[in-house]
Design a protein around this ligand. Structure first.
Ligand SMILES: N[C@@H](CCC(=O)N[C@@H](CS)C(=O)NCC(=O)O)C(=O)O
Length: 313
């Protein structure tokens, strides 16, 4: 969510050499142009104090089908926060802006601030709303065990990215759908761009996530290790995976991250993209069905948490 004034200025800076070439400017004229562009940038800084950039108090940058986004989105919804979701097409932000989603933007006094990385966003929410919202925010309280479990869940989230791309990259239509090409909430220029750039994006994803047979198998082992551990924990009928009386953010995080393959009803809380199991490639469906069969308690935990907590959001 770049400030439009700064984005326009940055675009002009990029075009400067073309302006110089097009009008055959002399050295002194080009230097004057550089000084004017610096002055313009300074004016933007000063204007920021007089008239801060417009925008909602709180905005969450997302890509529609992301499980890391869903982890944060669910916690924000449960906390009852008012925010605007700003959805992007998948992979554009990562490969061309160098940022991951979720990314939270919010006002802090005179300026706007932002945080990326889901654990840090949750720590901010706890710090900002823990005292103010009392009971409603208690589920966000971090403890040593919860932080460690969250790290495990997030590592599994990365393995799931490998698993997803292993199955989806060879199905461009479905992969593009998951990246948001059919979602009207995303600006049309991004959807057109991702349509045209698909082969390049797929290549970069393949390299970045090392999507190959060996890594896919390793990723499945890691996913299954967490599922097996959770399956064992849930054997005593507990309500929260770590054994607390009430659920906390790690239960939501587990459900959101595992939701990437289980796609329970309510996934995304009405904002994200949910992909019906009937649409996914056969090999992907086989993995999903095997996991449901091998880890029934863990799967049920996710389904039930969504049914109880998320469907009515
Ligand atoms: N450690 C990060 C991981 C976030 C991440 O990998 N997000 C993916 C989506 S699941 C992303 O940013 N993709 C970039 C993009 O598609 O533009 C977190 O917890 O927020």
């Amino acid at each position: 969510m770049p400030d439009k004034r700064i984005a326009l200025h940055a675009a002009f800076v990029l075009l400067l050499p073309l302006v110089v070439a097009m009008f055959g400017l002399t050295f002194w004229a080009a230097l004057l142009l550089v000084l004017l562009v610096l002055l313009w940038r300074w004016m933007i800084v000063l204007a920021g104090f007089v008239r801060p950039p417009a925008g909602p108090d709180m905005a969450l940058e997302t890509i529609s089908a992301s499980h890391f986004v869903e982890k944060v989105r669910w916690c924000m919804d449960r906390l009852g926060l008012e925010y605007e979701e700003v959805p992007w097409c998948g992979t554009l932000g990562a490969f061309y802006l160098g940022r991951t989603v979720p990314r939270l933007h919010f006002r802090t006094g005179m300026v706007r601030s932002q945080i990326g990385n889901s654990p840090e966003i949750l720590r901010y929410l706890w710090g900002a709303y823990g005292a103010e919202r009392g009971e409603a925010a208690v589920f966000l309280r971090p403890t040593k065990d919860r932080l460690e479990f969250e790290r495990q869940i997030d590592r599994c989230g990365v393995s799931l990215q490998v698993w997803i791309y292993y199955h989806l990259l060879d199905d461009p239509a479905l992969c593009k759908h998951a990246w948001g090409v059919d979602s009207e909430a995303i600006p049309a220029w991004q959807r057109k761009l991702i349509g045209a750039l698909y082969p390049l994006q797929a290549l970069m994803v393949r390299k970045a996530f090392r999507v190959n047979e060996t890594h896919y198998r390793k990723s499945c082992e890691r996913i299954e290790a967490l599922l097996a551990e959770t399956e064992a924990s849930l054997a005593d009928g507990r309500r929260s995976i770590l054994g607390d009386e009430t659920i906390n953010y790690t239960d939501l995080a587990f459900a959101a991250i595992q939701g990437a393959w289980l796609q329970p009803e309510g996934y995304g809380g009405g904002a994200g993209i949910r992909i019906e199991r009937s649409r996914v490639p056969a090999a992907m469906r086989r993995d999903i069905e095997r996991w449901i069969e091998d880890y029934p308690r863990a799967s049920r935990f996710v389904e039930e948490l969504y049914a109880e907590e998320r469907r009515g959001d």
